[in-house]
Design a protein around this ligand. Structure first.
Ligand code: AKG
Length: 304
């Protein structure tokens, strides 16, 4: 039988912005790690206040995002609003999503000596918002080498089953999966269908689905191979908001042209090199202290 669990995560929780070898080990074992109090209420307000202008096409820098779903007046009122590439549009958001500290935690969990920007996305699920298909983020990085991304997913409102929680399957980052990229929003079938398929391929009869329950400001770090999705928001009144900050290893390159998929990454591929251009994929944190120089002029670091 397919299981759901509403119990608390069994992992030790980190004191914010600090990380120990034991917690790195837990992350590797389970594929996720909960961190309490990553952001303050003031920081959450600062971030959330930026969303209305963005979704109303008021971009502080004048630059449009890489990906954008859910437009006021155009989309269904209950559509999930998702925007990716926030740092290019808005420097207040960039001060969080380009933060060296979050990149450092992402890198440390993955055992990388440096981390560069990968993706930054807000997920806003209004009352009655439809589910998001189960997926693995690494499936979307197959045109990169290594094809690996890690995500710090921060709750900006109460996240619980009653608001369409993020759902994860602990340990599923060890599965060999053959899934493909797909459009994630409002699936026409069971949003867990890709998960059942992957579990069956991995020989797992009853994958344990854990709804992530977080107060605003707390976060879950997610391994790129971990299966995750989210259900319908059954609330009549509550919107669920989150900010997902994803890092690549600093040494990431492109695969040869034509290898793998990555519809956002490919947009920034150079013709003359397999390097990721630091103008688009800046190095945010390195063990040796290097950080892409233009960042110092572009925005502050909200968590420095
Ligand atoms: O927040 C959600 O509903 C989905 C988020 C997600 O799937 C992701 O960050 O990969």
């Amino acid at each position: 039988m397919k299981n759901s669990s509403v119990g608390p995560a069994t992992l030790a929780q980190l004191s914010a912005l600090d990380i120990t070898p034991d917690q790195v080990q837990l992350f590797h074992q389970h594929g996720y790690l909960i961190v309490d109090n990553l952001l303050t209420p003031e920081q959450i307000d600062l971030i959330s206040d930026r969303f209305d202008p963005l979704f109303n096409t008021q971009f502080e820098t004048g630059i449009y995002p890489d990906e954008w779903y859910g437009r006021p007046g155009l989309s269904q009122p209950n559509a999930t609003q998702q925007m990716t590439g926030l740092w290019r549009c808005d420097r207040t958001l960039a001060s969080f999503t380009l933060s060296a500290k979050i990149a450092q935690i992402n890198a440390t969990l993955m055992g990388w000596t440096s981390a560069r920007y990968g993706l930054d996305t807000c997920w806003i699920k209004p009352p009655d918002a439809p589910p998001v298909y189960f997926h693995r983020n690494n499936t979307y990085t197959s045109s990169l080498a290594p094809p690996a991304i890690v995500t710090c997913w921060i709750a900006l409102s109460d996240v619980a089953l009653k608001t369409g929680s993020l759902e994860i399957v602990p340990g599923s980052h060890f599965w060999d999966s053959t899934d493909q990229m797909r459009f994630l929003h409002a699936p026409p079938e069971d949003y867990r269908a890709p998960l059942w398929q992957a579990a069956s391929e991995a020989g797992v009869e009853s994958p344990q689905i854990v709804p992530i329950v977080l107060p605003p400001g707390s976060a879950v770090f997610l391994h790129g191979n971990l299966w995750r999705g989210s259900g319908h928001n059954p609330s009549q009144t509550k919107t669920r908001r989150s900010l997902a900050i994803s890092s690549l290893a600093g040494h990431t390159k492109f695969q040869l042209p034509g290898v793998g998929q990555g519809y956002i990454f490919e947009r920034y591929r150079r013709q003359d090199s397999l390097d990721l251009d630091e103008s688009y994929y800046p190095i945010l944190w390195s063990q040796n202290g290097y950080r892409t120089p233009f960042l110092a002029d572009y925005c502050s670091d909200a968590l420095a």
